[in-house]
Design a protein around this ligand. Structure first.
Ligand code: T5A
Ligand code: NA
Length: 210
């Protein structure tokens, strides 16, 4: 990696079972095969102290108020920010499964105020691209293991999707929406082509903040 060139911050967003993990993995494999320095990450990052509390909450073994768990999800991103920044500046491209937008979408879907939800996300690194995987909730509900974690209920997922749609139309300059109902390989080809264009373009751009 030549001096001054940074990696790209690429985020996958979408409802539960929309295929984010599958597509992140395919994209990381592709970039590795092209010798692009790359690393996969995901939020929530469940291994830290905060991450373990989030995990207990998601698996229904712990109850917290909507506001408290919202701020925990945000704090979980903040505790990893310096590390993310350093990696990007070293030239590593980060492929991240969920980010601030999941934070806002799931909490706003519960009825919390949108702007209140967004406030603690301000100042975090701004993604170079968000790949939004969108499909009807009924399609996603029929996929593997749906129904085990707290938020995996079709009606709630519909509300989450509405918030994602709203953010997608507001942040259209760096959001890319994909039809998540199509076969994984087709989706991957579209994502790969956008990533191909993105990497050289952002390499010399300064990092920005939300
Ligand atoms: N949350 C998260 C918040 O409330 N606030 C926050 O700030 C954050 C960061 C956990 C929960 O936390 C919430 C949101 C979530 O409810 P998570 O750990 O990312 O978040 O959990 P999930 O989103 O549920 O992650 P999953 O791994 O379960 O879903 P993915 O990654 O979207 O989907 P994936 O790739 O694992 O695929 C799911 C199934 O579908 C199949 C796969 O084989 C798999 O069986 N599949 C396809 N089937 C048909 N066509 C395709 N194109 C397919 N692609 C994948
Ligand atoms: Na889930």
């Amino acid at each position: 990696m030549s001096a001054g060139k940074r990696g790209a911050l690429i985020i996958f967003e979408g409802c539960d079972r929309s295929g984010k993990t599958t597509q992140s993995r395919l994209l990381v494999e592709l970039l590795k095969s092209k010798d692009v320095p790359v690393q996969a990450m995901n939020f929530p990052e469940r291994s830290s102290n905060i991450g373990q509390v989030i995990n207990s909450y998601l698996t229904n073994s712990k109850d917290l108020s909507d506001e408290v768990i919202h701020l925990m999800f945000s704090a979980n991103r903040w505790e990893h920010m310096n590390q993310l920044k350093q990696k990007l500046l070293e030239g590593k491209t980060l492929i991240v499964d969920r980010y601030s937008y999941s934070g806002v979408a799931y909490s706003a879907a519960k009825g919390l105020d949108f702007d209140w939800c967004y406030a603690p996300e301000r100042g975090l690194l701004k993604p170079d691209a968000v790949f939004y995987l969108r499909a009807p909730a009924s399609d996603l509900a029929s996929r593997g293991q749906y129904g085990e974690e707290r938020y995996e209920k079709a009606e709630f997922q519909e509300r989450v999707a509405k918030v994602f749609d709203r953010i997608c139309s507001k942040e259209a300059s760096y959001w890319h929406q994909f039809d998540a109902s199509q076969p994984a390989e087709d989706l991957h080809a579209q994502i790969a082509s956008i990533t191909d264009e993105l990497l050289p373009k952002v390499a010399t751009q300064p990092l920005d903040k939300l």
